[in-house]
Write a protein that binds this ligand. Structure first.
Ligand code: ARG
Length: 571
């Protein structure tokens, strides 16, 4: 349709965006508002221009109706033949009509990226899940994606941990488990806050570590490997794509930090402020209006978080060849990234054509609408949250006897429980905070993973019964027919998938895909309510409805897969 409207415009406006968008059903299938803007440029009446475009379109046979409405909107209603042709094309395409990008971007996605000094908690959920969905969508859309797990394996917390270990005795720590590491961190933190001498030693320890002191490094390596094992356990539970080969933590950039400082200095961007080396970024001021510094090197000689990010961005652009760098990080770091991006541009380390994007997200809240904490005010462990969701899903499954064995129930409970937690996160607009609520995320009704998984299960059960009745199904796109308006509506909605994928590629907002899948699942449900499939009045209709069901099932599965949510065949 884009090209039909484009062609109707004629060669004189070959570059103009035809602006064809899905329309509110009362107006037609699609709508284009392009006449409004273009008429202004051409000093014509919008309705006249719209009419001229419409006259061209009616000729093609694609459209059943082309109408001009309001000040010059063009409302487009496709012919049934056009809808069927497009739907058949989608059916016969493994990629469901989603074309692979012709000029793929090379996208570095920085996500997961926990700080390794502590056990992973609920705060680490969002980056891992949102980042993973973004990676899957970008890959599916044909982009080259480089995953980077920018773990916090360096800096002040490690100085604290090491000092505390030294004070307690190296041996005593022995092969501590991660639970001990959490306690160790808390002890160290308390001393850091209350004993200035200890805090000073911690800072010195960081400098030693950064300077390559062998004793400090040896113990640090042990901590990191143990912490990584824990992280991988949580990632496996979550089913995220990150592997050890994607690890490139803060420590990796240590040897590059001096050069960053050097280059900023020779570029005239570095300023000394209270003994620290900082960059003052234009337009960034504190609440009191004072210019806000990006601290590159602290007064004690240690390098800050920002120095590492500058080195990492340089590495990503120049050595990994990124054309787009995406940071999936808490919204509270927005100023940090804005200043880092400003500095990268100013220093000429990221050319204007390289996109730098902070994919920011809000906080997960508890039932009291405050950041989610345990009853005693502690951090909520991520692994425990996932197990709780799986346990609840299992209890719901056990409440009904479906004749499934224990292993199968376990598998389904895992897909539903973990899927519910992930989907609840992805389906809310990422920039907003949301309340973590097991009951809501596990509900079989509403915009939830179980609802979508169940929609898929129902489609699968229809297809299974059909093949039980009549042997292996050989469905093809050419079988599709329109006998009821809802079938047509469903086809049109299915045909929107590529557009939705494109929107997520651009906006990096997975909730758009969730909203689409929810709409799709609801419409599939209505379709099955209205149009009997197995008991369709004639064989041709039965085949068409089976094909439409299968196409819907494949779209649901693909969509959920892009979100990192598993489907099951029964539940
Ligand atoms: N480790 C950081 C944290 O937990 C997130 C790192 C995000 N990535 C980055 N390049 N700064 O807050």
């Amino acid at each position: 349709m884009q090209s039909a409207v484009g062609a109707a415009l004629g060669a004189a406006h070959a570059g103009a965006d035809p602006q064809v968008r899905p329309a509110d059903a009362q107006f037609g299938d699609y709508q284009s508002n392009l006449a409004l803007g273009l008429a202004k440029q051409l000093r014509q009446k919008p309705r006249d221009l719209a009419q001229a475009i419409a006259d061209q379109l009616t000729a093609g046979g694609w459209f059943q109706r082309v109408e001009i409405a309001g000040p010059g909107f063009i409302n487009l209603t496709l012919s049934d033949a056009a809808v069927l042709e497009a739907a058949a094309g989608m059916f016969d395409d493994e990629r469901l009509g989603v074309a692979a990008a012709q000029q793929p971007d090379r996208v570095v996605v920085d996500y997961g990226s926990p700080n390794l000094a502590k056990e992973m908690h609920i705060g680490h959920l969002r980056s891992s899940i949102i980042g993973d969905a973004i990676v899957r969508v970008l890959r599916f859309a044909g982009h080259q994606v480089v995953l980077q797990n920018h773990i916090g394996d360096w800096g002040t917390p490690f100085g604290m941990l090491l000092e505390q270990l030294i004070d307690r005795g190296w041996d005593q720590a022995g092969d501590h488990s991660l639970a001990d590491l959490n306690r160790l961190y808390e002890e160290a933190r308390a001393r850091f806050d209350s004993e200035p001498a200890f805090a000073e030693r911690c800072r010195q320890r960081v400098v030693k570590l950064q300077g390559g002191d062998e004793e400090s490094l040896a113990f640090w390596r042990r901590l990191i490997s143990e912490s990584c094992a824990h992280m991988n356990h949580v990632f496996a539970l979550l089913g995220v794509l990150l592997r050890d080969s994607d690890l490139r933590g803060e420590s990796f950039y240590n040897p590059r930090l001096a050069q960053v400082v050097e280059d900023l200095r020779s570029g005239g961007l570095l300023v000394e402020s209270d003994g620290a080396q900082v960059v003052f970024c234009e337009g960034f001021t504190s609440k009191t209006g004072a210019p806000l510094p990006l601290i590159v090197r602290k007064s004690d000689g240690g390098y800050g978080y920002a120095a590492t990010d500058l080195a990492a961005a340089r590495f990503r652009v120049h050595e990994l060849g990124a054309t787009r760098v995406v940071y999936v990080v808490d919204a509270r770091q927005s100023d940090h990234f804005a200043m880092v991006f400003w500095t990268l541009r100013k220093a000429g380390w990221a050319a204007p054509e390289v996109a730098l994007e902070h994919v920011a997200f809000g906080t997960i809240l508890g039932p009291d609408k405050k950041p989610f904490k345990t009853r005693s005010g502690g951090t909520v462990k991520l692994a425990e949250v996932l197990e709780e969701a799986v346990g609840r899903a299992r209890a719901a499954l056990d409440a009904k006897d479906r004749g499934l064995d224990d292993a199968e129930l376990g598998r389904i409970a895992r897909a539903v429980g973990v899927g519910a937690v992930k989907y609840a996160d992805l389906s809310s607009d990422r920039i907003k905070d949301y309340v973590f609520d097991y009951d809501r995320m596990l509900a079989l009704e509403g915009n939830t993973a179980p609802y979508l998984q169940y929609a898929y299960v129902r489609v699968q059960s229809i297809l299974r019964r059909a093949s039980e009745e009549s042997g292996e199904l050989r469905l093809a796109g050419s079988a599709l027919l329109i006998s009821d308006p809802i079938e047509r509506q469903l086809m049109l909605l299915l045909l929107r998938l590529p557009r939705v994928v494109e929107q997520v590629v651009r906006s990096l907002e997975p909730h758009r895909l969730c909203g689409y899948l929810y709409e799709l699942a609801s419409l599939v449900h209505q379709f099955h309510e209205r149009c009997p499939v197995l008991k369709a009045p004639e064989p041709a209709l039965r085949n068409s409805r089976l094909a439409l069901s299968e196409l819907a099932g494949r779209s649901l599965r693909q969509g959920l897969e892009l979100l990192g949510v598993s489907v099951v065949d029964r539940m």
